[in-house]
Design a protein around this ligand. Sequence first.
Ligand code: SAH
Length: 379
Amino acid sequence: MTPQQITFLPRPGRADRRPPRHLADLDPAGRRAAVQDLGEPAFRATQLSRHYFARYTDDPAAMTDLPTASRDRIAEVLLPKLLIADRELVCDGGTTRKTLWRTFDGSLVESVLMRYPDRVTMCVSSQAGCGMACPFCATGQAGLTRNLSTAEIVGQVVAGGRLLAAGQVPGGSGRVSNVVFMGMGEPLANYKAVLGAVRRITDQVPDGLGISQRSVTVSTVGLVPAIERLTGEGLSVTLAVSLHAPDDELRDTLVPVNRRWRVAEVLAAAWGYAAVAGRRVSIEYALIRDINDQPWRADLLGDLLAGHLVHVNLIPLNPTPGSIWTASRPSAQREFVRRLEAHGVPVTVRDTRGREIDGACGQLAASARPAPHGNPPAP
Ligand code: SAH
């Protein structure tokens, strides 16, 4: 093929790959404008929003308060099906469910619903793949495919809400109470869409899903300018920072973006966020045997964090394909906790829900192949 021919080949560019516009991409004013563009009165926007955000429905047949003549067209234009469930894996007696979603362009993303006695957490993806290349994370290994749109992110939460409302998750009918941006992707690298999603998730019904800002956690590798921008939004969502090492030398290898923004800068930005939002920052630290779990590193971490508005979440490393690393020994984990506590730093060890369905932290890789551990029979 000659270079000239290559020039004329259509290349899938960014614009080609943008998902269709959806109601959930728009703020209330944008929704009113969009229905008016269809020749409908502005109040249809509220009706439509109520269907989607309060009843989780995008089926025009169920929208009996809309004139039959226009239902289908409104739904077609403003409620395109963005996520098609490709596969669902369940464990913990059905209270942990990982869904593999196929998007309009064939990208694959995953979300995980986790029901606990007192809450239901949806872990959502913000990108298909991830460009941050952390070597211990399965998502990081595949690279970035593309950013998700606001509606593609919100759709994952809506799907969870729909399942719970229909009583399809053991424990009776329920609601999503918490949303964590801890699925695939780096949320702050897809800032605009993620912020839109935070707004839709936390705006009052029917403008949004009505989930409290305090129950939403945005997790980042530490993109300092974006943390600073988030600080300026005046939100009270929880910021989580994936630190994984207290020293730059090790963090450069575990979280490659550390070469751009160092530990000290990331923490300074985090404290800035904590001060403005009045919320404790959550420090994520995957404990990796003999890599970052030494007592001296616990002390160094304790020194860095002591006296700040902070909470440490230790995550026993989850296995990922091809990784030689493994979780810390229980004794090393206990000592790590003890030393942080000795510095007066609040610390918890995160449970590893979803491990057996590759749905735990760092295991989301969105392959369409059958899970290596097999899928438990459908209930
Ligand atoms: N990109 C964002 C969002 C991902 S959140 C971020 O890095 O914060 C997923 C969390 O799980 C992050 O803290 C990530 O570092 C952590 N994680 C990744 N791989 C892991 C693994 N194999 N075991 C345990 N935690 C892991």
